[in-house]
Design a protein around this ligand. Structure first.
Ligand code: LMR
Length: 393
């Protein structure tokens, strides 16, 4: 039967990991997949995670299944981190999921069960895996304007105009913060205007929060989630702990649903757990218990916040450093959008052909759209990077 298959294309983001690894040039730079890196170019386990893991090894008495919803302490802590006191907890349910992607996948099945004909509106552009993941699950997707690639700003009027015309009851996928790939988030006023359209059109917000704490702060980055929770009857939120806890390969995320009342919340809860059973049965435990330990212990939580702030600060510094280097090496080009962006990513704003030249001629790897992971920049490589970019302009 397998003779009917053709090889699948390499993943636009994950494919770069192997390409970069196999490049023998010592000066190569990886600005591809979104993982945090230190000034030494490493992605270490957070100190606070190591501490919690040690406690877990010392105290965990069983590896028996914990159930489709995962760890109750983790779910409660993630719900609190996401919604704070913005809405009555009786209307909320949160389950553990295998990373942000696992959460999105469960959400997709839930949407298909609840409103199979709804379209899911995503920003143009959006994370390269949103459309394959949600579309692959069977959802119909459409895009709304978002990023102006020339001016490097949000096309907020066009976005509002499109959303104000979509069918009532459709779903709109929002990036809570650190928009991936552009790094450009709506201002609080713009978020309010987006929320107004969502309320007016009876749209269901589906918020992907993969970078909480990477833009401004844990609280500021949850602004749109909490603002909407106070205004809408129904909402879906997918969280990832890959970036803010550095737990990428342990696959830790959560899925929360806000329902109109407790009775419908309980029905949604039963459906979510039923979906989980039909996909991966039960989520992986280790990373989620680590997160639950950190969020449940004031000292560990404080230590985590410090490490998170350090990661956030480094991302900002690296964007500024590349911007300053490009100002010197390519003074006729404006890269000021680099320092206006937030979080891990931004567009360099060069063509796909220039991206390919950077890869072939200089060993500089980034996504074809010219999205860069600013964590890949270091004081050591920034001059080579800026020289390479300048040479391809
Ligand atoms: C990214 O956008 O690079 C990350 O979210 C990793 C991934 O899975 O694509």
């Amino acid at each position: 039967m397998f003779e009917t298959l053709k090889a699948a294309p390499a993943d636009a983001i994950l494919g770069l990991i192997a390409e970069h690894r196999n490049d023998p040039r010592p000066e190569k730079i990886d600005l591809g997949v979104g993982v945090f890196r230190t000034a030494e170019g490493e992605t270490p386990v957070l100190d606070v995670v190591k501490l919690a893991e040690q406690r877990l090894v010392d105290t965990q008495a069983s590896k028996a299944y914990i159930g489709t919803a995962g760890d109750p302490d983790f779910n409660a802590a993630m719900q609190e981190l996401t919604f704070a006191d913005s809405v009555d907890a009786d209307r909320l349910v949160t389950i553990q999921a295998p990373g942000g992607s696992g959460s999105l996948r469960v959400a997709a099945s839930l949407i298909l069960r609840a409103r199979p004909n709804a379209k899911v509106w995503v920003s143009d552009p959006t994370w390269a895996n949103h459309i394959p993941l949600l579309g692959g699950a069977g959802l119909e997707l459409a895009t709304h304007p978002y990023y102006d690639a020339k001016k490097h700003v949000i096309k907020v009027d066009e976005m509002l105009d499109t959303l104000s015309k979509v069918d009532k009851g459709d779903i709109v996928l929002l990036h809570a913060c650190c928009h991936n790939p552009s790094g450009v988030d709506p201002s609080e006023d713009e978020w309010r205007a987006i929320a107004d359209v969502i309320v007016e059109r009876d749209l269901v917000p589906f918020v992907d929060m993969a970078y909480q704490g990477f833009a401004r702060s844990l609280t500021d980055d949850a602004f749109i989630v909490r603002h909407l929770a106070a205004r809408v009857p129904e909402m879906i939120v997918s969280n990832s702990c890959s970036k803010n806890f550095g737990l990428y390969r342990d696959r830790v995320g959560s899925l929360s649903v806000l329902a109109p009342d407790q009775a419908s919340r309980d029905i949604v809860n039963s459906q979510m757990n039923n979906v989980v059973r039909t996909i991966y049965s039960v989520p992986p435990d280790h990373g989620a218990v680590v997160v639950a330990m950190i969020l449940g212990d004031p000292d560990l939580k404080a230590a985590w916040r410090v490490e998170l702030a350090e990661m956030r600060g480094r991302l900002r510094e690296m964007r500024e450093m590349l911007h300053d280097a490009l100002k010197t090496k390519a003074p006729e080009h404006d890269f000021s959008h680099l320092v206006r962006a937030v979080g891990m990513f931004c567009f360099l704003g060069i063509s796909e052909e220039q991206v390919n030249r950077l890869k072939k001629e200089y060993g500089v790897y980034m996504v074809g759209s010219s999205r860069i992971n600013t964590a890949g920049i270091t004081a050591h490589n920034v001059n080579y990077l800026a020289d390479s970019i300048a040479a391809t302009l």
